[in-house]
Ligand binder design. Structure first.
Ligand code: AP5
Length: 213
């Protein structure tokens, strides 16, 4: 199964991906996490992505699509969640070509809808492990011990691009470049919109209802 999760920054894509990984053993491609790992390891790709991410801008399509292609090839036929990719219409077009080449297709493109006034609060209170795999919120989903991951015991970090100034740029980039994907996937007949508010488990129930058993 090829499942896309898209929506504005802070909609809960990473949080819902964690449920899908745990409950459905799906593989996960998060372009944000991949870029952050490359930045941490000081790779050439990380160097290219860093200035864009720090400013809250999108990384150029050519860099992003190439990275996804090699990642998908390494997963060889697994069910995959795409979290935060595609993020522009040109990325979506390039992705369609790639999937056709690999004899794959998108099963569902789930758009997670959250009112913009909630997004800043969600993002500014977010804390996570350095690899982005375990995500918390200081109020909505606090760890048992402040600042420490319940699962790995490591110290939680606050993402550099979760400052209010950068958040507003990310929201602008989303409106300009990513929101048009709703029409793109509607025209392909794979768009499903869900309400991303309420408890994370409730939101997951809405995704489960789409995926079926
Ligand atoms: P990326 O890492 O993908 O960030 P994003 O899309 O901005 O999304 P976030 O990770 O911020 O939010 P999320 O929806 O995953 O929410 P989460 O579950 O964490 O991208 C970062 C940057 O990388 C981009 O700005 C760009 O520069 C670059 N990039 C990445 N992909 C790219 C691409 N394809 N093309 C070009 N550039 C790209 O939840 C947020 C908070 O809310 C958490 O604290 C969580 O605990 C809380 N929360 C979650 N659900 C709920 C709920 N139901 N109720 C209350 N709180 C909740």
């Amino acid at each position: 199964m090829i499942l896309l999760l898209f929506g504005p920054p802070g909609a809960g894509k990473g949080t819902q991906s964690a449920f899908l990984i745990e409950k459905r053993s799906m593989a996960h491609i998060s372009t944000g996490n991949l870029f952050r790992a490359n930045i941490k390891n000081e790779t050439e790709l990380g160097l290219k992505a860093k200035s864009f991410m720090d400013a809250g801008d999108l990384v150029p399509d050519s860099v992003t699509v190439g990275m996804v292609e090699s990642e998908l090839e390494s997963l060889k036929g697994a069910s995959v969640i795409f979290d935060g990719f595609p993020r522009t219409v040109p990325q979506a077009e390039a992705f369609d070509e790639l999937l056709t080449k690999m004899s794959l297709k998108i099963d569902h493109a789930i758009f997670v809808e959250v009112p913009s006034e909630m997004l800043v609060e969600r993002l500014s209170g977010r804390r996570m492990t350095a690899d982005g795999k375990h995500v918390y919120h200081v109020t909505f989903n606090p760890p048992k011990q402040e600042g420490i991951c319940d699962v790995t015991g490591e110290e939680l970090i606050q993402r550099k691009d979760d400052s209010e100034e950068v958040i507003s740029n990310r929201l602008e980039a989303y409106e300009k470049s990513t929101a048009p994907l709703k029409d793109y996937y509607e025209s392909k007949g794979v768009l499903k919109s869900i309400d991303g508010t309420g408890e994370p488990e409730e939101v997951f129930g809405r995704i489960e209802a789409i995926l079926g058993s």
